[in-house]
Design a protein around this ligand. Structure first.
Ligand code: PMT
Length: 221
């Protein structure tokens, strides 16, 4: 990590997992704890950046010196991200965003009816926030970084996802079997749109976070 190499920069980080409500008491969610995003925010602040942390359902205390915006659904995260990135040099999407949400929200708790089968849950697509941020950059040269959570064919899926999302860097981490989600450690390959690949060995999430900022700082020049 390079001292204060992010001084004067504004970076936006998303963390945690979105929750997509079915009714007032139930939601579709995922296992993200927010730890990887927290590590990104804390390390960027330590390197001198002004940091906006978009936190989706994270139960961790605010990192020192970081501006935290709490959201819950993918649509709320999209709105918060659009506002935050207006003057951001870089945005890193570490949040696990639900690809789908229930088509309908029941304003009262869904009840079971004696003798009747449950109604199917119909899902609709959420916007792809990372793809939107990549396609509609606030200014030329704004860096957009995604994460990819993959369970199989990790590198091939990561390379395809990088092309599909249109971001500059994609941090590809393997999930499942107790990996990454909720842990204090992670391992990843940081893939660049220009073809570069940096392997970060299994270790603390802070170490991966610093490796991501190394790549970002090198590209911000
Ligand atoms: O929070 P932790 O417990 O520390 O766990 C960390 C982590 C495993 C959640 C994190 O390292 C990680 O991999 N985050 C991305 C999870 C994810 O949603 O991956 P994905 O492959 O489904 O999505 C790819 C990228 O597109 C991500 O940057 C995601 O933020 C973004 N995305 C996805 C869907 C969507 N509708 N909009 C998006 O912006």
């Amino acid at each position: 990590a390079g001292g204060q190499d992010l001084a004067g920069r504004h970076v936006v980080v998303s963390a945690g997992g979105t929750r997509e409500p079915l009714d007032p008491v139930r939601f579709l969610g995922n296992r993200s704890s927010g730890k990887q995003g927290w590590a990104l925010a804390a390390t960027a602040a330590a390197r001198g950046a002004r940091v906006t942390l978009l936190a989706a359902n994270v139960e961790l205390p605010d990192p020192a010196g970081v501006d935290v915006v709490r959201v819950s659904t993918a649509l709320e995260l999209r709105e918060a991200a659009r506002k935050a990135v207006a003057d951001a040099d870089a945005v890193v999407m570490a949040a696990a965003v639900a690809d789908f949400r229930p088509a309908e929200y029941a304003t009262g708790k869904i009840k079971k009816v004696d003798g009747a089968e449950p109604a199917p849950v119909v899902l609709v697509r959420n916007p792809d926030i990372l793809a939107e941020l990549s396609a509609e950059r606030a200014f030329a040269g704004q860096l957009v970084v995604g994460f990819a959570a993959e369970t199989d064919d990790v590198l091939a899926n990561g390379r395809a996802k990088l092309a599909r999302k249109g971001c500059d860097l994609l941090v590809v981490n393997e999930v499942g079997d107790g990996k990454a989600f909720g842990r204090d450690t992670n391992a990843a390959t940081i893939m660049a749109a220009d073809g570069g690949e940096t392997v970060v060995a299994h270790g603390p999430k802070d170490v991966l976070a610093d490796a991501v900022w190394d790549e970002v700082a090198a590209r911000l020049g």
